[in-house]
Design a protein around this ligand. Structure first.
Ligand code: MF3
Ligand code: CO
Length: 269
């Protein structure tokens, strides 16, 4: 008998990736609506209601709702909250806050998962730099999602990008993940580690890549609600995520809006 050394990573056909693109677009459109709704005075529960409406209007299903008992459609993580913040009517956004919004949807059994961090009103330039550093790191990681590469190439690119951007804490206790017929699948996608190691990247794999960084230390703590992850030192955090398919032509960012619709939001008004 031949022993399997690696846990299996799901390989999708091009047709299946096209279904995942549908789910990714629902997530992308929902996040665009949400980022346009972010303003001083709105509650994170208001944002959650908007997200559930958008996802269901698209004929999709919110993937977070009920996942391991999670009580909402999106995660809303404000300021020192890193990920998995629970929307609440009591949490109203204030000018200068930074909010990370994480959203997942299912279409025909296929998952999409993405997150974005945005400022509320005018924010501290250092907070904007934090957001920019995190988003840049995500894109550096995405660029490595090519057939023939190794998972560690993605992790290493994220880590080196964060390092090059400044003195940020890089979260190690939470990772990205494989995604497809479930939200969380093999492999875990760390945001640090050596290049050239780990599973071989093959066309048909799909990964959720999601760096989380802080303006301070990298240690985390979990709040008593059993979900919300905060920075141990109270420093502000950012989180960006895309669902990315590995194709023969390179990375396909399934949760990115099509170019024709990009900028049709704020700038077009
Ligand atoms: N999107 C998160 C992730 O990337 C998952 C949210 S946890 C949930 O892993 F419980 F809210 F679903
Ligand atoms: Co994810």
């Amino acid at each position: 008998m031949r022993l399997r050394r690696d846990r299996v990573i799901e390989i999708k056909t091009p047709e299946q990736l096209a279904r995942m693109r549908e789910a990714g677009l629902v997530v992308a459109r929902t996040l665009r609506v949400l980022t346009e709704a972010v303003r001083p005075g709105i509650s994170t529960a208001d944002l959650d209601a908007i997200a559930e409406r958008e996802i269901r209007l698209a004929g999709a299903v919110p993937s977070f709702l009920g996942y391991l008992g999670y009580p909402a459609t999106i995660c809303t993580s404000v300021n020192e909250e890193i990920v998995h913040g629970i929307p609440s009517e009591k949490r109203r956004l204030h000018p200068g806050d930074v909010i990370s919004i994480d959203c997942g949807a299912i279409v025909d059994g296929w998952h999409g998962d993405a997150a974005v961090s945005v400022g509320v009103g005018e924010i501290d330039p250092a907070d904007q730099q934090l957001l920019d550093a995190c988003e840049t790191a995500l894109w550096r990681g995405i660029a490595e999602a090519e057939p023939g590469g190794r998972l560690g190439d993605i992790s290493h690119a994220v880590q080196e990008s964060v390092r090059a951007s400044g003195d940020y804490g890089l979260i190690r206790e939470y990772t990205g993940h494989g995604i497809g017929t479930a939200m969380h699948m093999e492999p875990a996608v760390p945001n640090h580690g050596p290049a050239g190691r780990g599973p071989l990247l093959r066309a048909g794999m799909a990964l959720a890549i999601e760096p989380m960084i802080t303006r301070g230390e990298s240690r985390t703590a979990e709040l008593a609600d059993g979900w919300t992850v905060v920075t141990a030192d109270g420093s502000r955090a950012a989180h960006f995520e895309h669902t990315v398919a590995i194709t023969p032509d390179g990375p396909w960012v399934l949760t990115l809006l099509a170019p024709a619709t990009l900028g049709a939001g704020k700038d077009a008004r």
